[in-house]
Every structure is written in C-alpha cells, then in structure tokens.
Design a protein around this ligand. Structure first.
Ligand SMILES: Cc1ncc(COP(=O)(O)O)c(C=O)c1O
Length: 337
C-alpha cells in the first residue's frame, strides 16, 4: 500500500480495551455504512442507525439519554443552547393562526422570540400572570395550542401551580412546555406534574462552569418526539461533541453544586426575612427596597442593591444610584434581566 493510501487507511491502530469512566468525544460528520441499504437519511438516531453527525454523535446521544433519564421523559434532543431549545419548541408546535400563552415572568429572550418572530409568523401571543393557576382558563382562546410555564420564573422567582395549568390546558387540547432551567431538570419533576415538553439551558446548572452553551428539549411521548425531531431535522441545529463532553462532566458534580447553591440561597437572603414584606415595595426593582445585610443592620432605601439585582456582580454592594453601575433601573423597567 502506498504511503498516500496509508494516510486514510492505516494498518496500525491503537489497541482497544481502554475502559475510561468518561464518554469519548466522537467527532464526525460523514459516517460509513455496512451496506447501501443502510445508508438512509434520518434524524432518528435513537431507534435507527447513525447516519450523519448532524443528527447526533454517540457523545451527544449519551448526553441526551442522561438528561432524559434525569428528567424522566420519553426522549431528549440536544441543541446548541437554551434559547435554541425554546425556539425549537415554538417552531415545532405552532402554526400560523395559533395562539401561545406565556407567563409574564418568562425568560426575557423567550418573550422576544414570541414578540419578534412568532408574531411575525402570524402566531398570536399573550401573557398571563405567573400565579394564575387554574384561573389561566380565562386567558384561553379557541386557537390556543401552546402554554409556556417557567417555574420559578426568571428573576422574579414565582413558583407556578403547574398541575393546575396543565389540567386546564389539556382539557382544551393545548400542549404545556416548561422552561425547567432554574430547577436544573431535577428539582422540579416536570413530567410527573403533567408537563408535555421540558426545556433546559444546559449552559447553566448541568454545564456549571460557564464554559459551554447547550440546550435540551425533553418530550413526554412518541408523538411529540416525532414532531420535534422532524422539525430539528430541517432546522439543522447541530452540537459539538466537545461541548457535550463538558456537559457530561458536569453531571459528576451537579449534586454537590446544587447543594452548595441551596445552602447559599437559604443563608444569603436571611436578612430579608426581618424586613416586613410590605416594605419591599419595589422588589425586584432593587434601588427602592430597604436592604438588611447579614448581621441585621438595615440600610436606607436606595443605598444598596437587592439580592435579586439583575447584575449579579453588584449584588449587595453599595449602589451609586446610577443604572450604569448596577443595572437596577434597567431591571426595574424591563422586569427581567
Ligand atoms: C431560564 C433560562 N432559559 C433559557 C436560557 C437560555 O440559555 P442559553 O444562554 O444557553 O441560550 C437562559 C439563559 O440565561 C435562562 O436563564
């Protein structure tokens, strides 16, 4: 064999049997097939053979299976980020003339997706109070097809009555999708509470180290699996096996990190409990809220940022009163950071 042939058809390969605890990073766009009959283009790499790297490498498929196992769904799709996961759900589930309901506490860019893109595609968009529970019934229209939940909600942290919303939605033939990012897919059991589609920004808790961007869409059943899968197939959202490998590494420390976050969340706002709720006039608009620091001293209004300030770097620091320093005014007007 010529040296040129050896470049692509080597005779010497590394010995097998390296039993690492870590999922290998499988790279690959084109794959080989046993025979011509197996060479068909399909997105379904779970039930059919691998066909093309775009639809999933073993690294991505393993991440999908691990997220799915944690969330208790039927199947999971891995996409390039949390925002693309939200977009995938809207594009898969909505058609021109449909109506979608979102909580007022929804993650800001999900709101932008609805207001900027969905409305342009002829989809009606409206918002409901996140604590509506069964009262959401009043917000339904004849063409309501999708209800978004996010619990807790972005920045304002309302915990929604998801089962009550699900009951109303299902009685009217609507699908319920939940952004489960804040609960890391493990602290709120979306599927046990009746949700049809659970979305996560793996970028956040699963990733955990601010060095990757990925999203996950988990579905309840085979019908939704097909609907979302066929949409993903034509959208061509691909993920890097390197990012998936980092996310898989995140699983190993997720429990420890969540425990630490919980401890810190339970201790940091302790001072707030000493301030009567009625005086939290502008939470999360932090500049007007009196702040009690650890140790009990209450600082005057406008003196410091609240723990819920959208600019985490300035939380608890002295506020200059200027929006450029801490972003408080911005969060007050936008309602979400
Ligand atoms: C609740 C929530 N959903 C979705 C996203 C979007 O995730 P990504 O940044 O991976 O697009 C974020 C990111 O901040 C988020 O906080």
């Amino acid at each position: 064999m010529s040296w040129r042939s050896r470049l692509t058809q080597p005779a010497n390969l590394a010995p097998g049997g390296f039993r690492s605890l870590v999922t290998p990073v499988y790279r690959g766009a084109t794959t080989t097939f046993e025979d011509a009959a197996s060479a068909r283009d399909t997105w379904d790499q779970d039930d059919l053979a691998y066909t093309y790297g775009q639809y999933g490498t073993p690294t991505a498929q393993e991440l999908a299976a691990r997220v799915c196992e944690l969330e208790g769904g039927y199947r999971t799709f891995i996409v390039p980020g949390g925002q693309s996961a939200l977009a995938l759900v809207d594009i898969a589930m909505l058609e021109t003339g449909d109506h979608v309901l979102l909580p007022e506490s929804i993650y800001g860019p999900n709101r932008n997706l609805a207001d900027l893109l969905m409305q342009r595609l002829g989809i009606e968009v409206s918002y409901y109070p996140p604590l509506a529970g069964a009262d959401i019934a009043a917000q339904f229209r004849a063409n309501t097809r999708l209800v978004w939940c996010e619990s807790p909600g972005s920045n304002t942290m309302e915990v929604q009555d998801v089962p009550a919303i699900v009951e109303v939605a299902h009685a009217r033939g609507a699908v319920v999708a939940l952004d489960n990012t804040w609960a890391a897919g493990v602290l709120f059991d979306a599927f046990a509470h009746g949700v049809d589609i659970s979305v996560q920004a793996l970028t956040k808790y699963i990733g955990g180290h601010a060095d990757l961007l990925l999203g996950a869409v988990s579905v309840r059943d085979a019908t939704l699996y097909r609907r979302v899968g066929e949409t993903l197939f034509v959208l061509g959202m691909t993920v890097s096996p390197d990012e998936c490998s980092l996310a898989l590494r995140g699983f190993q420390t997720l429990a420890t990190r969540l425990d630490a976050i919980e401890r810190s969340a339970l201790t940091s706002p302790a001072g707030w409990r000493r301030v009567p709720r009625s005086s939290w006039s502008s939470i999360p608009r932090c500049r007007r809220a009196p702040v009690t620091r650890r140790g009990g001293a209450t600082s005057p209004a406008r003196a410091a940022c609240s723990p819920w300030c959208s600019q985490s770097a300035f939380r608890g620091t002295t506020c200059s009163g200027s929006s450029t320093r801490c972003g408080c005014s911005t969060s007050a007007t936008a309602g979400a950071g």
